[in-house]
Design a protein around this ligand. Structure first.
Ligand SMILES: [Zn+2]
Ligand SMILES: [Zn+2]
Length: 182
């Protein structure tokens, strides 16, 4: 192994485990949230409180997941499949979605739609559209988890995406005059 630096973060086992299990925790929170939203009964103060609590839980868990994603923990390393390369070839779309998660304008727009869609709960049948919008988060989180598990084989990262740029159109072309020799 090359150099490795122990961050203070690594000593906090609970935070690390929270980050490791973040995708599963987030999906459970989203399913509970959708279940609450789909209830026929009018929103009560208790449901509002639970909803706000869930939202806070989701935000914190998301941040911990991002922090956990910066390095490979032991549990993650143990979970890498033997045929990782084959699996990575099937998950190209999930990888691209995961990289979109680092695109601030895209994330901001998505969050606006996500939060704004709560308005649909006040419309008679709007909650079904709301549930569909909310459940899109499960796919996003699953994509993120897949990317984390198979990141060494992610073609976007391999092209220098590095988790910062969602798309790298022509990684080999020079930035100079743009001449092509072929
Ligand atoms: Zn992990
Ligand atoms: Zn990647």
């Amino acid at each position: 192994m090359a150099q490795s630096y122990e961050l203070p973060y690594a000593s906090n086992g609970l935070i690390e485990r929270w980050g490791h299990w973040a995708p599963q925790l987030l999906n459970v929170a989203i399913v509970v949230s959708i279940g609450l939203g789909l209830r026929q009964s009018p929103p009560s103060a208790l449901i509002m409180l639970v909803t706000i609590g869930l939202l806070a839980f989701v935000l914190v868990t998301w941040l911990l997941m991002r922090q956990h994603d910066r390095k490979l923990c032991e549990s993650c390393a143990a979970g890498i499949p033997l045929n990782a390369s084959e699996q990575a070839q099937r998950y190209g779309r999930r990888f691209r979605i995961a990289h979109l998660g680092t695109n601030i304008p895209v994330v901001a727009t998505y969050l606006i739609v996500l939060i704004g869609s709560n308005w649909l709960l006040t419309v008679p049948n709007g909650r079904f559209v709301w549930a569909a919008i909310q459940s899109s988060m499960i796919y996003l989180i699953t994509s993120h988890a897949t990317h984390r598990r198979l990141q060494p084989w992610c073609p976007v990262c391999a092209r220098g995406g590095g988790g910062e740029e969602p798309f790298v159109p022509e990684p080999d072309s020079p930035r100079g005059n743009g001449r092509q020799l072929v």
